[in-house]
Design a protein around this ligand. Sequence first.
Ligand code: ME8
Length: 520
Amino acid sequence: MTSAAEKTPYYITTAITYPNGEPHIGHAYEYIATDAMARFKRLDGYDVFFMTGTDEHGLKIAQSAQKAGVTPKEFVDRNAEIYRQTHAELGVSYDRFIRTTDADHYAAAQAIWKRMEANGDIYLDKYEGWYSVRDEAYYTEDETVVRDGVRYTKETDTEVTWTAEESYFFRLSAYQDRLVALYESQPEFGAPQYRFNEVISFVKRGLEDLSISRTTFDWGIPVPDAPGHVMYVWVDALTNYLTGVGFPDVDSEAFGKYWPADVHVIGKDISRFHAVYWPAFLMSAGLEVPKRVMIHGFLQNNGVKMSKSLGNVVAPRDFIGQYGLDQVRYFLLREVPFGADGSYNHEAIVGRMNADLANNLGNLAQRSLSMVAKNLDGVVPEPGELTDADRALLDAADGLLDAARAAFEKQEFSRGLEAIWGVLGDTNAYFAEQAPWVLRKTDPARMATVLYVTLEVLRIVSVLVQPVMPTSAGKLLDALGQAEGSARLFSALGTRLAPGTRLPAPSPVFPKYEEPAAEA
Ligand code: ME8
């Protein structure tokens, strides 16, 4: 037994969301993927710390609050609750839900600022430029276009206005070589490679110093010893990853254990902040940089960008209500290679639900478990001598743990699930070929062996799909007589299903999706 003290720490985070709109399926996608990763590592014996939360400062939030006729703090208190609720509905097993208005976060943001300042990387100057409130970022003139008398950014198509203010600057330009050296010495720092390459070329083109304070509004963390200045929201936001593990107390147990983070999971629109600014801030502050920034793509509704004006934004709650939580979690992680942009539509979801879940997994489990209930008094039989077919199938199932580890280690969830469903496909073929319902009359001992092998593959598969479908996999493991606890950890895959295990009466776990009957 490994005690908690000996477990390898694993620190994983999502981006922290701006709580100014309703949560949509794109946010849910990131939460679910990160949750699956955290659950995978816990089941694999790691000491996991998983953090998510909300990014509550900045002009955009202040303006939304004003529109809603409440103070910024009232606004974020109300909206952070909505996001917390979404996490609960999605079954997200976070260890901390951080809010950038938490008191310990103010201390952490001010501490990192002081460290960067002490290192000579912060200076006061004047800033002029095209500012996008939506992006909380300045753009150069050639990064913008004018349409119908209004100027927009080319990249994000958000409106910009000419803004001039006194501002503190971070000497980002001084970090170009160190960043390139980091990317070379830590080639897995950014992933997937094609998205990381964009970051690398951006840095190689040369970096300008970064404006990191604002004086035109006050909804932010005060810059230490600089009345009138609040921190640029991204300095504040990125620091959340340190706050969660005890910073500024770098001698704390949490910090020693969990920093540097193992992986920050983020979307492609914020890769620059995480793979360029963030490591530069950390180097300046004399802190280690994260091990990996995993950049996922964007989800589109039927190939169309989700937007309020198109009215095609799907709320996670509605999505889950229609298909079921585990079904949605499976679909999102199986359908789109993590990193790539993806699209969802009703037919694709129903296809996966019916073929992969109801048929390949659910039906196989129900048929084999019912046969054990009817013919073997609901007790896992002792297998007889194994045939080549039995051994080949068990070998393939035994190889799944390593295959899943290799895939999940790189957040390649779809690849891991594909391997598992490959073995399920083999198992269905095996079941049809061996035809235990025929053996029942001709060779009951052989029937028992075939059922044993089938249940054993189902046990291995159920243990491995827990990170993706916690509730359904739990029900399958109940049906296979595997109690909660050590029998469900990956370490339980080192032993075989125990003959003699008494199984409860089986009931179907994955119903087929039926189209609601058309209204008469
Ligand atoms: O960017 N598909 O917050 P945010 C997939 N507060 N992912 C999507 C998506 C979509 N359609 N739309 C958004 C912020 N996301 C900052 C982060 S971290 C220190 C600060 C992802 O609410 C997006 O890429 O705009 C990001 O990773 C997360 O949702 C939150 O986005």
